[in-house]
Ligand binder design. Structure first.
Ligand code: MF3
Ligand code: CO
Length: 252
């Protein structure tokens, strides 16, 4: 069931989005050679609590941390631990917050020190693919238009779009209907309507789109061991342009 949000709910979603995105910005700003992913996680955890919110991932299906931090060939759901970041790593941080019962969810990939030009291109294409997709996040278009736009852009750049994990509706639950694939066909899928709130989150692989899950039951890695990047914002469909709710993830 898709729930449409009214103005009073959007006020709370804006605040949840602001907090989730400020946490992401904080985590991203700390990425540097020598820091552990657990240190990043602790800082984001503390920040979210200070804002009067709660981390949405912690305890979700038994997930043990505030953020998912996925390095290099890790696509999503990397679990923060004592692993230390190295120069040249690309580091995907995904973090969500709940404020007064409403959810914000966002992700981005950060370079650790100097990275290869190809790794930087993967990060840039992933981010841009999100903005290609949300051109269609308005009434008059369908869900498939978003996925088609993301997939076409990514594949044109010589990368691939992960199929096994998708974006999602979001509101009082982190994952609500509809599923929002980052691939698809123009003109297919449900019609977009004012008041829908969606987390659109392309996961883009340098090589094949296939992924597998590590033995810890969480961490998703590329099947071929090549790099992967992630970019996500929570947005609201309006009468006009979509409103991005995770605003602090927009500044470069
Ligand atoms: N942020 C992820 C998503 O967009 C969810 C993280 S899974 C969790 O769907 F278990 F860590 F919460
Ligand atoms: Co999400």
């Amino acid at each position: 069931m898709i729930t449409l949000k009214g103005q009073s709910e959007l006020i709370l979603m804006r605040e949840a989005g602001r907090i989730a995105s400020a946490a992401l910005r904080l985590g991203g700003s700390m990425v540097r050679p020598g820091i552990s992913t657990l240190e990043l996680d602790r800082a984001m955890h503390k920040f979210i609590l200070e804002q009067g919110a709660t981390p949405s991932f912690l305890g979700y299906a038994g997930y043990p941390a505030t953020a998912c931090i996925s390095i290099n060939e890790q696509v999503i759901h990397g679990i923060p631990d004592h692993r230390v970041l190295c120069e040249g790593d690309i580091v995907s941080i995904d973090v969500g917050a709940i404020y007064k019962g409403y959810q914000g969810d966002n992700a981005a990939t950060f370079p650790c020190g100097e990275i290869s030009p190809e790794a930087q291109r993967l990060i840039d294409v992933t981010r841009r693919s999100f903005f290609e997709g949300i051109r269609y996040a308005k009434p008059g278009f369908r869900l498939g238009d978003i996925g088609f736009a993301i997939q076409s852009y990514v594949e044109n750049e010589g990368f691939s779009v992960v199929r096994q994990y998708v974006g999602h509706g979001i509101g009082t639950e982190m994952h609500e209907d509809p599923e929002v694939p980052n691939y698809g066909m123009r003109g297919r899928g449900i019609r977009l309507m004012k008041g829908m709130t969606l987390a659109i989150e392309p996961m883009v692989n340098q090589g094949v789109y296939d992924v597998k899950v590590l033995k810890n039951g969480w961490t998703v890695v590329t099947a071929d061991g090549k790099l992967s990047a992630h970019y996500e914002n929570t947005l609201a469909v309006t009468d006009g342009e979509p409103e991005i709710l995770t605003v602090c993830n927009l500044e470069e």
